[in-house]
Design a protein around this ligand. Structure first.
Ligand code: GLA
Length: 550
């Protein structure tokens, strides 16, 4: 009798478990994705590459020591597909470009190259466009080489295919979306849903990389778009054009160099949108490419590390020099980029115009990664104080040079270094955190007066929590969110500071302490308000916050 009355409930629970199982199973392995590290084909090969190219790059990723340092993805950017579909709309690929690699494989099956990449312990990424046409389509009159290399009209089918082939990562460009004036937020939301569906059907996780170049402020809507629990979004234009032919005159190729690197870095700083799982993407790197010097390589690496940008290398890995490999695999610099909190560095001050201090909060208490950047044309002394880094000024902090791999003294309470023109120095500073202030939620509110114009997911504010009267002396402050450990899939909550666009935060449970670190942009002139509500309308797991913004 007892059992009978419980039977529907048991069935319901079983159905719920089955429904959530693939997401949850996947979440175990990817819920803490740090900024992706890998290689992408575009900068060095453009549309001209094939299975052999990728196999060689994969081998070089292993033999160069990059795999051991943490690089893992090989991204097949535009050029892998000619735009042919069969009668059922399935993608058809060139059998010569993608032949069998192992006995028993069929030519023209992208699973071949994925298996090869996986066999080296690496992961595979693929590329498509949100619109009908890829970026290399030059229009009907010009005889564009790749007429229909976009996924528009085929989202479910294509992302399911990518997952079935075994890919682990997908970059979705916006060239075809621009032409018919599609809305990027809506299209990327549909794509995110197609990806989530594909993951549910196959159990294969696809890391989602959006490429809209920052035109419609993706940092306001791309974190967690469509409910995905991690993604990255491009924040600016291409850092270079592909250099596929060294004999081409420079004016037909955009030059690789400091100007483009600094522009992408400046375009990419949106600390309020970035936290574990959600990353501003400053673009593929140009370290090791024509036009770069050892100093420029180190400056580039320092900036991408302090910004916690994805690190996708664009150079031909088979041609890296020992010094380029050393720059790319510096474990202390990579540890800054891969810090579990995933927070972006922010500008902490300027010694003089063009002599800048950038500081990134790290998860170990009292630690900051600091980049001193000299944008001027002459060498200059750059000084920072512990107060600028948000550390206590009443006790000395240790300073370690991450490029020289040595301790270089103390900040007590300031530290100075001469930095050559156009170069960057990078340090780990270990001091003491000031006290943070803990806030409890106000009694529950019934409705919100704050607009959410670009929320891509239906909002449900029945459970929203408000933290009020937050005083901040710093414009960008650290907020630690305490929450109840979810029993199933990771929770996604919206967080909104004052009237700013809300951002989504992933509250991953598993083996982490149940708090999440985010940064908020505060108004230093008045009391601030932060509110949270759950993305899917489920119970709001947030319990308290503590704020460091002194
Ligand atoms: C755009 C993207 C690049 C690359 C090319 C491929 O320009 O921004 O990163 O994917 O398309 O054509």
């Amino acid at each position: 009798m007892k059992l009978r009355s419980r039977f529907p409930a048991i069935l319901f629970c079983l159905a719920a478990v089955l429904f959530f199982l693939p997401i949850h199973a996947a979440a175990q392995s990817y819920s803490f994705s740090l900024p992706p590290m890998g290689w992408a084909s575009w900068n060095s090969f453009g549309n001209a590459y094939d299975s052999t190219t990728i196999q060689k790059q994969a081998q070089a990723m292993v033999s160069s020591g990059m795999k051991a340092a943490g690089y893992q993805y090989l991204l097949l950017d535009e050029g892998w597909w000619l735009g042919v579909r069969d009668e059922a709309g399935n993608l058809v690929v060139d059998k010569q470009q993608w032949p069998a690699i192992q006995p028993g494989e069929q030519a023209g099956d992208m699973a071949n190259i994925v298996r090869y990449i996986h066999s080296l312990g690496l992961k595979a990424g693929i590329y498509t466009d949100a619109g009908e046409f890829g970026c290399s389509y030059l229009g009907p009159d010009t005889g564009g080489p790749r007429p229909h290399t976009g996924s528009y009209g085929h989202y479910e089918q294509d992302f399911l295919q990518f997952a079935r082939w075994g890919f682990d990562y997908v970059k979705v460009d916006w060239c075809g979306g621009d032409k018919p004036n599609l809305d990027p937020m809506l299209q990327y939301t549909e794509i995110a849903r197609a990806i989530t569906d594909a993951e549910r059907q196959t159990g294969q996780h696809l890391f989602f990389s959006l490429c809209e170049w920052g035109r419609q402020r993706p940092w306001d809507w791309a974190p967690g778009v469509g409910g995905v629990i991690e993604d990255m979004w491009r924040v600016g234009g291409d850092i270079t054009d592909p250099i596929v032919d060294d004999s081409l005159p420079v004016h037909v190729q955009r030059k690789v160099g400091a100007a483009n690197i600094l522009k992408n870095f400046d375009d990419g700083i949106h600390p309020e949108a970035q936290h574990t799982g959600f990353y501003n993407d400053l673009d593929m790197m140009v370290i090791g490419m024509r036009g770069m010097s050892e100093e420029l390589d180190r400056m580039h690496m320092s900036l991408w590390a302090v910004a916690a940008s994805p690190l996708m290398v664009g150079a031909d890995l088979t041609k890296l020099t020992p010094s380029q490999k050393t720059t790319l695999t510096n474990a202390e610099v990579l540890a800054v980029n891969q810090d579990p909190w995933g927070l972006q560095g922010v500008k902490a001050g300027e010694s003089k115009q063009g002599l800048e201090i950038w500081s990134k909060v790290l998860s170990k208490p009292g630690q900051r990664a600091v980049v001193l950047l000299n944008r001027t044309t002459s060498s200059g002394v750059i000084s920072f104080t512990l107060g600028q880094l948000g550390l206590r000024a009443d006790s000395a902090a240790r300073v370690r040079d991450l490029w020289a791999h040595q301790d270089v003294g103390e900040a007590n309470p300031s530290f100075s270094q001469t930095v050559a023109a156009g170069e960057a120095a990078m340090f780990l500073v270990t001091g003491r955190e000031p006290e943070s202030k803990t806030y409890s939620p106000e009694p529950k509110h019934k409705a919100s007066g704050v607009a959410c114009p670009r929320c891509s997911v239906e909002t449900n504010r029945r459970e929203y929590l408000v933290f009020a009267h937050i005083q901040a002396k710093r414009e960008v402050g650290l907020v630690m969110i305490s929450y109840k450990k979810p029993s199933g899939a990771p929770s996604l909550v919206f967080m909104q500071v004052n009237g700013q666009p809300p951002t989504r935060v992933g509250l991953f449970a598993a083996d982490q302490p149940v708090s999440a670190a985010v940064q908020a942009v505060f108004d230093t002139g008045r009391a601030n308000t932060i509110q949270f509500w759950s993305v899917d309308g489920s119970e709001n797991p947030v319990t308290a916050i503590s704020v460091s913004a002194e």
